[in-house]
Design a protein around this ligand. Structure first.
Ligand SMILES: NC(=O)c1ccc[n+]([C@@H]2O[C@H](COP(=O)([O-])OP(=O)(O)OC[C@H]3O[C@@H](n4cnc5c(N)ncnc54)[C@H](O)[C@@H]3O)[C@@H](O)[C@H]2O)c1
Length: 250
């Protein structure tokens, strides 16, 4: 208990899925969580559950692809808490498609949420973290940000962008005591993947070379996020934490 005690943590996409598990664990370990999502209903419900369990949390409506929304969030967090210690840029969407059949508007939409959303998050919180003397940014990429997969060209490209955006930002802000790392989950049981995990054939295909042979539970990814958010990872920056059941091992 208390591994992130006293820290202020913004988690994007915290209403459902993995983000929800990140919020739960960070709050259990003493952080004050600012859950930011486009989904007000599930976001407020998640916050209510955290508070019921004895944690500290609030909901802010945010579309990660909107700079105006990020500016409003920044002002609110500074007014309410005076600082930000942790940003988990987790919100993401998935649309399938090959290089030949992906419509340009879908490509743009994926980049707007998955890549621009992560860029805007870092751009917004870095000044607040710098003022506070440091912080930890955790960007959620994917195993498909390291290797390719058929019929997922835009998704793979956005997640690869998150991987290198993380390293580039890390080189800029280490001097300010700000660490920036990426997390690379493989298939995880969430809303985003529910159609796949309910289909044994699709699950087998997506698990591919996974050594552990099953999808992850969101809590198994949350453990890695907690580590990167906490001071236990103080010597890590620009790193990629792969949590993939051995998908990339062979
Ligand atoms: N589930 C998987 O198998 C898997 C594997 C590897 C990586 N990931 C990545 O993990 C992250 C979380 O995925 P998940 O499976 O929990 O997804 P999910 O669909 O279950 O939840 C995503 C959350 O993000 C929110 N969101 C979507 N667009 C948003 C926007 N523009 N602004 C703010 N919030 C927005 C949704 O409302 C939702 O609460 C994503 O970045 C995803 O790409 C998922």
């Amino acid at each position: 208990m208390g591994r992130v005690e006293g820290k202020i943590a913004i988690v994007t996409g915290g209403a459902l899925g993995m983000g929800r598990a990140f919020c739960d664990l960070l709050a259990q370990e003493g952080a004050t969580v600012v859950l930011a999502d486009v989904d007000e209903e599930n976001g407020n419900a998640s916050v209510a559950e955290i508070i019921k369990a004895g944690g500290k949390a609030s909901f802010v409506k945010l579309d990660v692809s909107s700079e105006d929304d990020w500016q409003a969030l920044s002002k609110k967090v500074e007014a309410d808490h005076g600082k930000v210690d942790v940003l988990v840029s987790n919100a993401g969407i998935y649309l399938s498609g090959t290089t030949e059949n992906t419509p340009v508007d879908e490509w743009d939409k994926m980049f707007s949420v998955n890549a621009k959303g992560v860029f805007l998050g870092s751009k917004t919180v870095i000044p607040l973290m710098r003022k506070a003397g440091g912080g930890s940014i955790v960007n959620i990429s994917s195993n498909w940000g390291i290797v390719g997969f058929p019929d997922a060209v835009a998704y793979c490209a956005t997640k690869g962008a998150v991987r290198l955006l993380t390293k580039a930002t890390a080189t800029e802000v280490a001097v300010d005591g700000i660490r920036v790392n990426s997390v690379h989950p493989s298939l995880t049981i969430t809303n985003l993947s529910k159609d796949i995990v309910n289909d044994p054939v699709a699950t087998k295909q997506l698990l591919g070379p996974s050594l552990l042979g099953r999808p992850a539970e969101p809590e198994e990814i949350a453990n890695g996020v907690l580590f990167l958010a906490s001071d236990e990872s103080r010597y890590m920056t620009g790193s990629e934490l792969v949590i993939d059941g051995g998908y990339l091992a062979s």
